[in-house]
Structures are given as C-alpha cells and as structure tokens.
Design a protein. Sequence first.
Length: 579
Amino acid sequence: MKNLKILFGAFLALVLMVSCEEEDNLDPIGQWDLDAPLLTSAQETIILDEDLPSKPVTFNWEPAVSSERYQVRYTVVIDTAGSENYGTPLLSKVSENGGKDTQVSFTASEIDLALSYAGYGADSDAELEVAVLARSIDKIATDAQNITVHRFETEYKPQQLYLSGTATEGGNEMAQAIPMRAMENADGNLTYQFEAYTHLEAGESFRLYSNQQMPAHVYGGSEGELVKNGDPITVEETGEYRLTADLENHTYNLLKIDYLSVVGDVIPNGWGGDEALEYQGNGVWQRQMYLQTPESGQGGFVLRLNGNWEYLLKRIAGTQNQLYMESQAGDAGVSVEDIPLASAGNYTVTVDLSGDTYTYSLEADQTSTPPSDTPEALYLLANGEIVATFQKDGDVFSSGSFLPLQAEVAYQLNSAEDGSGTSYTLDGAIGETSNPDGDVVNGNLAILEGEGDVMVARDQAYQLKLDFSTGMANWKHYNIKLFHWDEAGGGWDSRDEFLMTYVHPLQYTTTRNLEAGYAMKFNSPWEVQLGADDPTAMSGTMTNNGGSNFQNITTSGTYEVNIEVSENYETGTYEFITQ
C-alpha cells in the first residue's frame, strides 16, 4: 500500500509540472499577452515549376508566445498584397499536429491553382502576401511578408464545367449549376471540350464554372470567344440550345434547337420527314406517338436536330439505350447504329441529353386497345351529312383524296352512312403537331370504338388512313411554298421559299415582293411540284410534276399570289395580282 501511495504521488507531481508548462485553453484568468510569431523562411520570389507540380513550398516561423503559456495554434494564408484581415485569402492551411507545428507546406500545384482561380494569368508574376496567424484563446497575432510568385507557364484547364446564371434552368444558385458533358477522345483522354443541351432565357445571362461552388474558374465571353473571367454570355432568343465550349481553342458555340425529332422507318413520312418531340426541361425531350414497322420487318430510326443530317443522334453499338452524336463518334472511338424497333405500337419516346451519358427509352403504351372488329364500311360525317366515304382494303380504310376539313366543325366516324352504325373516335385532334409548317406534315392517332366527335386542330386538306388491324389512324397534309429564284444569279440553290397560307377549301395565298425575270414554282417538296401550263400568263392552270417554271413577272414589286388545287393536288389554278 505504501508503494502504491508513492507511485500516485509521483504521478500527481508529473501532472502538475506539465500543466505548469502549458495551460489549457479553458477559463483564462487575468490579463495576459500574446507575442507575434516571426516568419523565418519566406522567399521574396518563388518560381513555381510546372514540371514539379508536387514540389513543396515551405514556410517556417518562430513560435508565438503566450504570457500565460496558453496553447497557440497556427494558420498560414496567402493573399493579395496589402490585405488587412485575411478573411477571404487565396489559400490557407492549418499547420500539422492540430495547428501546433511551426511549419506549413503548399505544393506548387496548390498555389498555382489558387492563383488561377483568382484570375492571375499563366506565366506571370503575382504580387502577394504570406502571413502566419497565431491564435490563442481569443487573441490573434500575425506576421506577414510580401512575396512574388511566378505562375506555371501553361494555364490550368478544368476537367469539368458547369452552367450557371439567371438565363439557365438552374438559376443563379451555384449549387444548382448544370453539369456539362466532358468529351473524350478514342483513348479515353479528356479533349477539354464540353457540351450541354438546355433551355436559355433571352434577356438574362450565364457563365461557365469549373465547380458548383466558389472558388472556381469562371468563363464568359461574346461572339463565340470564350474568355476567362469574361463578361456574362447572353442569347437573343429564348429556347432550347446545344452549348459547346472548347478550352483548348477558347471558343464556344450556341446552336438553337428548333426541334429534336424522330426520323426513319417508324414514322409515316419515313426518312423524308420528322416527328418532333416536346422539351420537358433539364435536357429531356418526350412525346407519346405511334411507331410503325415497315412491311419488310423491323424498322429503324435516328434522332436529329432541326431536320439537319449533320446532327444525328444514334445508338451506341453494343448498348441498350445509349446515344451519341454521329459526327462526334469517330473522334471518340465510338461505333453507332440506327435505333431498332421490334414491333409497332403506341410508345412514350423519351430522350435524355443530360449528364455524361445520353439515353433514350421507348415505353409501350397499353392503355388503349384497337376496335375488336373491322367494319364493312366507314364514313366521315358532319351534322348528319356525309363528308367522305372511305375506300376499304382489308382492314385499312383510306380517303384517297385530300379532304378539306375545318377546326370549328365536329366530325363523326361511323360504319353506316346515316350514322346509325358503330361509332368510332380518335384519341386526339387531326392535324395536332409541333411542326405545323413542315413541308409534308404527318401524324398518328389511336382509333377508339365508341361515341365521340373527331376534332380537327387547324383548317387544312387532310388525307386519312385508318388501319383497324393496328388500331391506328394516320393523317397527312401538304403545306405549299412558292419557290422563287434567279437562274442567272445563284440559281436553284439560292432560292427563296415563301410559305403560303391555307384558306378553306383547297386554296393557298401569300403576298410577297417578287423580282422581274425570276423563275417560280409551287411546291410541297417533293411530292407536289406544280408547274405552269402557260408560264408567262398572270393567271391560268398548272399541273403537278408537269408544266414549266413560271416566268410571268416582268416588273419587280409586291404581288398577291393565290392558288386553288384539286383534291388530289394533280391540277390547280393560279393568279398573280399586282398590289
């Protein structure tokens, strides 16, 4: 027991001795002082070596001293020369051992990155200040020295970019900044090219950032030139855009997306048409639509922007649903193919062009079923009167010619000419489309058995086909354009294409400035090409895929141009009226 008391007494003496050497930081009593630390090894000029990015840059100091021997902890900051309180330094680090050590090291790349964030140019000198901050209880003492730091010769290039600003879908909140896709080459290395599909608001602005929080590299610019810390970027027109940025060449590009569409075997107009999807937000397009398969078997399709063959999105070969732009696939070492369709039906088509992987999905719609039987006859009625008698071929009924239908009229489909038979309706309006001004406009609607009106979205001449084996109805209409070109001054390729306005029934009109000596034709490329039977007459008859180019304008000026076509668009009449 005596030995135990001796050991305890020795332990207590040791504790008291240690506590006398350095007080803890609890409940300081009385007046006391904190002497400032003293930097001892700050070089006046520091040249950062790009070839040795991990090389340490070390700062040492003599310790600060608390008159009451309270614990002291240290932080080293690097800031712009002349800084006063070091509240927002360019770089800071707590020393090792919980802040007790009197030495801090930064790597060359840490310092260079901080200077790059701050806007100092590559291969340039930055006039800075290094300071050691000693803190004990509530007292702070500092020592600072001016230094000159020379940056790496090559500018730092971020590996990721984000889109943020009032013009964007994420707004001005950095945490909601939209990630851009980082493009890679065939070896899997970054190309420092980035892209994003997104919505932008005119009258607002955005910048590109390397992080979703500060500090970050910030890029702005104008007229396609990408500038570090440049002015915010704006767009003239609100809409969806494909934004690309190239940090190697310091450029950016904005492509306005008028529409993203399906084109191929699966739509009524095949590879000559487009079925536009609707933008949902956050890089996603979607639409419910009927997809068909050709008689030969499986159908295929691609997705494209603005009807332009240079912007085709195809499936990455060997994947189930990943997409890649065909024009970019070669450089990325990616093989692409048309998107297959195994069976016809109603689908929700979704295209997701956000993040690092672009995808599509085809979700079959099982909510509607086709009529159980094919009727023996089918009629289109309005107010009890027959508008059209459909031609039957197996399970398919066709209107043959184009029917001039009106939006203000409610129509009925019935198996009896007096409306007493089986009634049918459609699950949408004929003519409803996101691309009403296309050359040849098509759409599909499900056939439903039961009472209900058949509605029309807009006045037009429609060709109808109803297939009771698939339960789908197809509608189609032409838009007519007046082609106007100078044979001697650029020819056909430099033509004007003036869209004419449809007037019920089967008429089109436009008022335009027309040039003397120019050739003209009325077209719905390329199924309708109405040429003049007398090319010099100001009025007369015309023939589809026949006649001659109109050459009847001898005095340049403004003209009202009117045409009326037959129900099959094979013939028509025209007149040019001087205004």
